[in-house]
Design a protein around this ligand. Structure first.
Ligand SMILES: Cc1cc2nc3c(=O)[nH]c(=O)nc-3n(C[C@H](O)[C@H](O)[C@H](O)COP(=O)(O)O)c2cc1C
Length: 363
């Protein structure tokens, strides 16, 4: 069995799947449920100097047509609606009773975080993540936290900033980077009423889930190539293979928010199990074996000579590649067990490789 435990920020996590600040970490009980559901560590909802006044509605799924929700979601939530005192007296102690490392999240100004962070440290938080979302001021907040607490500090970045540049500026003041927060502003409209699906002042919200993953992966890779601090990948982790992608892009662990909203608190353990199973199947003994593996290829690039290589034992003749081949180069006939690529028509675009669910095509 592969070892999926992680040593990060001087803390031991039983697996690299942490909760993320959001509705599924909104109080002690949800964090305790996440621990029971298999999370490797707990990141709590962001707290600030006053409770948030959250618009309603504040969440809307992203769907393909009318059904399905695995594309992700938009939200117009803010930080925690609970007062800081409630977190200190009730919610953090409940979360800590899980025995998992607890990371508290705090926002938003240097003055706010200086006032709050020592209380979070005293309450038992093992590290502090600060969220700037789109407010900026990263270095000032990091410095304020450094002066205020002795526990490790994690800066959580938004995708709209130049993450490599901000990470470089933060490197002397923080212990890790979490990337990324939600992307936006974005819009969804309820076609039955013509109204926005979210109740924010402009109807806009912030995107998370699968649709965010390619942006998050690029940000993690950017940061991994810019600095030496550990990176926690966050954005669209729904499965074990998503985690492997983040590890290969240079992350040391991941956080999961939207998947837990859409699938419930057992999703953390499910994803952790899939990571272990993937590593075993590929003969790796630990997650460190794959960490940063993609970074060398980002520098060297890749190229595909037509046609791609086909493993006919893996191919089920499902025909997905034929449907998405805009050059008409692929012919699949399931009833006659036929799979054929016309090398003269193949333009080596790579689409078939990426749509194949069975990894039967490669370059
Ligand atoms: C409804 C909702 C509320 C969130 N609240 C917070 C928050 O309080 N603080 C924070 O730093 N990030 C917050 N996030 C961002 C998530 O922690 C995470 O960075 C983002 O959703 C991308 O991860 P995901 O694709 O797994 O959801 C929130 C996300 C959602 C969907």
């Amino acid at each position: 069995m592969a070892d999926i435990s992680v040593e990060l920020l001087g803390l031991r996590f039983r697996n690299p799947i942490l909760t993320a600040a959001g509705p599924a970490s909104r109080d002690g009980m949800t964090l305790l449920n996440a621990a029971a559901g298999g999370a490797g560590g707990l990141v709590a909802k962001t707290v600030s100097v006053r409770p948030a006044d959250v618009p309603r509605p504040n969440m809307a799924a992203l769907k393909e047509g009318r059904v399905g929700s695995r594309l992700g979601m938009l939200n117009a939530e803010l930080w925690s609606e609970l007062p800081l005192e409630t977190w200190l007296e009730r919610e953090y102690p409940i979360a800590l009773s899980s025995g998992l490392p607890l990371i508290a999240s705090v926002g938003y100004t240097p003055k706010d975080v200086s006032a709050i962070a020592p209380k979070l440290e005293k309450a038992g938080a093992k590290a502090i993540e600060f969220s700037t979302h789109y407010v900026g001021g990263h270095v000032e907040i990091a410095k304020a936290l450094r002066d205020a607490v002795d526990i490790p500090i994690i800066a959580k970045l938004s995708p709209k900033v130049d993450v490599a540049e901000v990470a470089r500026a933060l490197e002397p003041y923080v212990d890790a980077i979490a990337a990324i927060n939600t992307f936006g502003p974005c819009l969804r409209i309820d076609v039955e009423s013509g109204r926005p699906m979210l109740g924010s002042s402009d109807g806009y919200g912030w995107m998370s889930g699968s649709a965010l993953k390619p942006i998050a992966l690029r940000c993690v890779a950017d940061i991994a190539q810019a600095i030496r601090l550990p990176i926690i990948g966050v954005g669209g982790v729904m499965s074990g293979e998503d985690v492997i992608e983040f590890l290969m892009a240079g992350a040391s662990a991941v956080q999961v928010c939207t998947a837990a909203i859409l699938e419930g608190h057992t999703v953390y353990g499910k994803i952790a199990g899939q990571v272990e199973e993937w590593l075993d199947r590929h003969d790796y003994s630990s997650i460190q074996d794959v960490q940063g593996m993609a970074l060398q290829h980002l520098k060297q690039g890749v190229s595909l000579e037509p046609p791609p290589t086909v493993d006919l034992d893996k191919c089920t003749r499902c025909g997905l590649c034929e449907k998405s081949c805009v050059y008409g180069a692929i012919t699949v006939k399931k009833s006659e067990n036929i799979f054929a690529i016309d090398a003269d028509k193949c333009e080596a675009c790579g689409m078939c490789i990426s749509v194949c669910p069975y990894y039967a095509l490669s370059y």
